[in-house]
Design a protein around this ligand. Structure first.
Ligand code: TRP
Ligand code: SF4
Length: 400
């Protein structure tokens, strides 16, 4: 019943840097070729840590979205929207909050981590504790099954899976579900019905995930099923309940860590970032002045690429030959650091050229961006409203 759908979001942080590009956006661009994708600016999430700076959020959202488009997110392939423009997210978050044990939230590793790291922030709020509930609503409201995220967000997707399971368990009860499901199976025709039964048994008795996938595929290619029967058959595979909110999977893709100019994590607030659309002269200046192996004070000192923040950039931007040249030249003092940095400078400038070009249209005509996002919000809202109808119905809150 649910085709592959990808959803991801980012908190608005204004202009993107090359860490965002290599860590997320490049992958988002690739995914849009293959799947239905929804990408959104998580403006409410920004408030969980920065409720006192709400006036800066909207400018950051627009800057960020221009950079998404510049990176190659194609609005005719992917839906781009803003979280708070789809208020159904808040409704679902509220309802999920009713079934969320507080202990689950207190045990999410980022909860304590962030409180320890962001000491200058007031994080003793309900909203901050509820961050994973809001994120769960973002995902579940689109019935997305793939959520590309970084390592740090995986625990939140885990909460999402648990909440989906709990929701289905509590509200997926339908009187006569078993009989209705069996009647639906008969409607598949004898051959498909037998196959469905085998796959269901394989999944339920052996936990065979491939069998579950195969059963989903079988249902997806079966056309003459009513929506209700289809949903029942999906639910019946996994138990004696309807699946109202399917469980998503985190999509962890290998992405290189991009260090900042000082070797720390790249972040605009640390002042160590190279922007995704940096002026070429600035790219050159920033890389040329960037730190290297501290042991290499003079040109004649030998260095060790493993101790140098330029090296990870070579790993991203340079081919094997250039990397060999770096290792050899560095460890024998055969090349100077400025020689070593030049190929990185050239590669970054070349990579950013088409990005700067794509951005120009949107910078020249900001209304274009507004229109793309308005369309995206409208599309997202339609999908969100469909899920909410089912959610309200399952909970008995549809007042029809
Ligand atoms: N929490 C994510 C981050 O800080 C952003 C986010 C919010 C998100 N809702 C989401 C990511 C839903 C994926 C899916 O990076
Ligand atoms: Fe770093 Fe290259 Fe200098 Fe070695 S030669 S210290 S890898 S910049």
């Amino acid at each position: 019943m649910y085709a592959d759908r990808v959803l991801s979001g980012m908190r608005p942080t204004g202009r993107m840097h090359i860490g965002h590009y290599h860590g997320a956006l490049k992958n988002w661009v690739k995914l849009q070729e293959e799947y239905e994708c929804l990408y959104f600016a998580a403006d409410w999430h920004a408030l969980t840590t920065h409720f006192d700076a709400s006036e800066t959020i909207s400018a950051s959202v627009w800057e960020m979205i221009v950079d998404w488009l510049a990176a190659g997110i194609n609005p005719s392939r992917a839906t781009i929207f803003i979280q708070s423009r789809v208020p159904e997210h808040a409704e679902l978050a509220l309802l999920l909050g009713m079934i969320t044990p507080v202990g689950w939230l207190e045990r999410v590793p980022t909860y304590k981590d962030q409180q320890q790291k962001l000491v200058d922030r007031d994080l003793s709020n309900f909203g901050f504790l509820g961050y994973p509930v809001m994120m769960s609503a973002d995902i579940l409201i689109y019935r997305a099954n793939m959520v590309p995220v970084g390592e740090d967000q995986v625990s939140h997707v885990e909460v999402t899976r648990e909440l989906a399971r709990r929701f289905n368990h509590i509200y997926g009860r339908e009187p006569g579900f078993e009989e209705n499901a069996k009647a639906a199976i008969r409607k598949l025709g004898s051959k498909k019905a037998r196959r469905y039964g085998e796959l269901r048994t394989a999944f339920q008795e052996q936990g065979d995930a491939a069998a579950l996938d195969a059963a989903h595929a079988l249902l997806n290619e079966t056309q003459n099923l009513s929506l209700g029967d289809r949903e029942r058959l999906f639910g019946y595979l996994e138990g004696a309940r309807r699946v109202i909110l399917p469980e998503p999977q985190p999509l962890l893709t290998e992405t290189p860590k991009v260090p900042g100019l000082d070797g720390q994590k790249m972040s605009k607030s640390y002042g160590n970032a190279i922007l995704m659309r940096e002026e070429p002269a600035e790219v050159t200046r920033k890389i040329r002045t960037m730190q290297t192996d501290p042991a290499r004070m003079r040109r004649s000192d030998k260095g060790d690429p493993e101790r140098c923040p330029v090296w990870p950039l070579h790993r991203i931007y340079s081919n094997a030959d250039t990397c060999d040249w770096v290792v050899k030249g560095c460890t024998t003092a055969g090349i100077g650091c400025l020689d070593c940095k030049q190929p990185v400078i050239d590669a970054i400038i070349a990579e950013q050229e088409p990005i700067r070009e794509r951005a120009q249209r949107y910078l020249d005509d900001p209304q274009l961006v507004r229109n793309i996002v308005a369309d995206g919000c409208e599309q997202a809202r339609k999908l969100a409203e469909e899920t909410m109808r089912d959610v309200r119905g399952a909970m008995g809150l549809d007042y029809s």
